[in-house]
Ligand binder design. Structure first.
Ligand SMILES: NC(=O)C1=CN([C@@H]2O[C@H](COP(=O)(O)OP(=O)(O)OC[C@H]3O[C@@H](n4cnc5c(N)ncnc54)[C@H](O)[C@@H]3O)[C@@H](O)[C@H]2O)C=CC1
Ligand SMILES: O=C(O)[C@H]1O[C@H](OP(=O)(O)OP(=O)(O)OC[C@H]2O[C@@H](n3ccc(=O)[nH]c3=O)[C@H](O)[C@@H]2O)[C@H](O)[C@@H](O)[C@@H]1O
Length: 383
């Protein structure tokens, strides 16, 4: 736990709020134990009034619990204030997002015009509102971003079935200024520590508020994401002649997105687990994820030196003898690879499954690869 708070006027609560799973078909509640522990620590150690800033993403009215704990334990004459100031930065672009945020959101118990104009003088793009709106805005922002990805991924399944191209559809749809072009990249599914957690928190909240239709609506965003990950993995199995048993598959990228080493809820985990369950021998490479982390995520122990039957080899960028190369993360370096050499070293027919649509598919086809991408039908030699 953190140390004493003397000398600080502002105390930021940034602890994680993991989700607690309930039965099938039900949402997940945030585990607020860490928030409560933080609030108790503040009242125990603060002898001067503090402004307690709720920075963690929390279910609506979490600030009420913090206030209740603070009020019930306050020392005489020491009145703390609680603000909600949700964080909107994304991993991989954190500094840029902090320096140039789209908005800085502050929710407070009351909107004091004097402090508001003072804060506005310091901060551009400041938006002030009540506490509950601020807490809900963060959850809805993440839910709508996740929904956007599930929407384009749902479109990708239609594209593959019809011959439409999801990149062209995204271009046309995103050209409508009401929709906008960003965050419309079809993929093998979204990952990261927050989208699924926050959508499921919203689902749980809706269930608690007796809004089952609204709960099911948001839940479908996660259901579709799950479907997309397994759809991608199953496509690999089907295209490799309905079995991957004993086949070597090179997986490029394991982080949940490029420019981070974070693997929390990475779609690569579900895809790799499915392939391992079907008997594939994986080689996983990621420029920023430690091999120990990959083994942990895939429940694979360190290989026994005496045995060459390891299911998983990690951190070796080698596609030699592989039946397929699978792109799970959009690292820029992957598009710079010498695919001519890679093709020459692979078992034939050699497949590429591009789960991020980042490679030059025409060039790969010319080399001789059979190419599969998300939301595109590519001519690949009659399979
Ligand atoms: N990771 C991200 O890019 C973003 C995260 N958020 C939100 O920020 C919060 C934190 O997320 P992350 O930084 O990703 O989580 P994290 O798990 O990486 O960091 C949480 C930190 O809190 C500490 N902690 C946990 N319990 C504690 C306690 N009782 N007392 C003191 N410290 C404690 C942990 O040791 C850890 O250092 C979450 O609510 C998340 O939804 C919001 C926007 C972006
Ligand atoms: O609350 C949070 O933690 C943060 O969650 C996301 O940020 P982050 O999870 O770091 O990363 P994103 O860039 O949003 O990507 C999330 C996932 O969606 C995927 N994605 C993103 C965009 C896209 O078009 N397609 C797509 O599949 C990414 O590859 C990744 O797996 C939000 O973008 C941040 O605004 C928010 O503050």
């Amino acid at each position: 736990m953190i140390g004493p708070l003397e000398g600080a006027d502002l105390v930021f609560i940034c602890v994680n709020t993991p989700t607690k799973a309930y039965g099938l078909g039900q949402g997940k509640a945030a585990d607020l134990t860490t928030l409560e522990a933080a609030a108790r620590h503040i009242v125990r150690t603060a002898s001067q009034p503090k402004i307690v800033v709720e920075k963690s993403t929390v279910p609506v009215r979490a600030a009420e619990s913090i206030c209740t704990i603070l009020r019930a334990n306050e020392r005489p004459g020491v009145r703390h204030t609680v603000l909600s100031n949700p964080e909107f930065l994304a991993e991989g672009s954190a500094v840029q997002d902090l320096l140039r945020p789209d908005r800085v959101l502050i929710g407070g118990e009351r909107t004091d015009e004097r402090s508001r104009s003072g804060a506005e003088a310091c901060l551009e793009r400041l938006v002030t509102m009540n506490l509950w709106s601020s807490e809900l805005s963060k959850l809805v922002a993440n839910a709508m971003l996740a929904q956007r990805i599930s929407s384009i991924n749902a479109a990708s399944a239609i594209c593959e079935a019809t011959g439409a191209d999801v990149s062209e559809v995204a271009l046309a749809v995103g050209a409508d200024s009401r929709i906008g072009p960003r965050f419309l990249c079809a993929s093998l599914g979204f990952g990261g520590s927050c989208f699924q957690k926050d959508v499921l928190n919203l689902v749980y909240l809706c269930e608690c508020l007796n809004l089952p239709e609204v709960a099911r609506y948001w839940e479908s965003v996660v259901t579709l994401n799950q479907y997309q990950k397994y759809r991608f993995a199953d496509k690999i199995i089907v295209d490799l002649f309905n079995t991957v048993k004993g086949k070597r598959i090179a997986v490029l990228g394991f982080a949940f997105k490029k420019d981070t080493g974070d693997t929390r809820e990475s779609p690569a985990i579900d895809v790799c687990r499915r392939l391992i369950d079907e008997g594939a021998l994986l080689r996983v490479y990621d420029p920023k994820v430690a091999s120990s982390q990959i083994r942990l995520d895939l429940n694979q122990p360190e290989p026994d030196e005496a045995s060459d039957a390891a299911v998983l080899t990690v951190r070796l960028l080698s596609c030699e003898g592989a039946h397929a190369v699978v792109i799970c993360t959009e690292w820029s370096e992957f598009s710079q690879l010498d695919f001519g050499r890679i093709f020459a070293s692979m078992a034939k027919p050699a497949f590429v499954f591009d789960g991020r649509n980042v490679l030059d598919h025409e060039a790969l086809l010319r080399i001789g690869f059979r190419v599969r991408a998300v939301g595109k039908r590519l001519d690949c030699g009659g399979v």
